[in-house]
Design a binder for this molecule. Sequence first.
Ligand SMILES: [Fe+2]
Length: 383
Amino acid sequence: MPSYVRAGELPPKRHIQFRRPDGELYAEELFSTKGFESAYSLLYHLRPPTATLDVKPWKRAAVELLPNEPLRNRHFKTAEIAAGKDAIEARTPVLANSDVLMSVSETADPMDYFYRNVGGDELLFIHRGKGTIQTPFGNLDYRARDYVLLPTGTTYKVLPESPTRMLVYESSGMITIPRKFRNDFGQLEEHAPYYERDFRAPELRAPIAKTGEYEVRVTNAGRNAVYTVQNHPCDVIGWDGYCYPYAFNLDEYAPVTGKLHQPPPSHATFEAPGAAFCAFVPRMFDYHPLAIPIPYNHSSVDCDEVLYYVSGNFMSRRGVEEGSITLHAAGAPHGPQPGAVEASLGKTSTDEIAVMVDTFAPLQIAKPALKVEDDEYYRSWVS
Ligand SMILES: [Fe+2]
């Protein structure tokens, strides 16, 4: 997030005495990334966030991965994956490599514990539903088509108000706004498809002054633990900085359109180590009189392409449905299915919504995804 944000009450300088009305000191917390050398925030808690009463194992099933072998294009109908107990327990892994793990999660139920991933940033894409994500930075309301970015180490709890289905990307590093969209000062460039006003920071509420026993499930690159902490994690009176959770709704995305077909990098949203994210949203098609609106055949020889289909008419892709995930593997040719090019000619706009990630290391298939695989997808280009 390029912008500085401040919320609530803050002392005039960092690292100085800042006292509660009862005379006790607030507990300052530095929330920093890349050690002390990248984006950070300072939070002021009513009581220290360090008061750990107990640490127990979190017996979380390891993600079982299988190579994409024989190497081919694949299709997973993730709408068939059952809903789960809460937004974390419901996560069903689909694809992964050492840079990113992709899961789907569907639930109507609130978490009764906090969760913290300290192995990298998380990016949630809300397919359906609305609710609130409670964090020490405040409450971040979410709705359909939101991207929600949770920086490494964010403590949070997902509280759905309606059944919520989301796609989850767990990165091993930082997920950021692409460099090409930022100027030397970090500000979004004129040509960027979004603007600072499109991004929503959490709304800081009155600090929760409770003490007791609060469960925080912590995960870091496959190492897991359940912490019991004495002070409510959302006891923050104020914070400021550049590192915080935020949301951005795809309806605000202003897509680039052109005279001829625009390639996926024109539709970029975020980037992360080994991964480039983009989004396809309702837009006008190309305006050359002989333009072919849908993509050409191609083999992305150095990346795996993963599309998640959200809504609309997926014109170039046969057999996919809402919630489908297609994996177009590096080097495996793909493109419009037979008849799709002719059918697209003369169309002036599309209502499709899909989100994509390209990964530069080969993806592996998570075992649960095999249960919802359309095994014939790789043959779907045969006429
Ligand atoms: Fe492609």
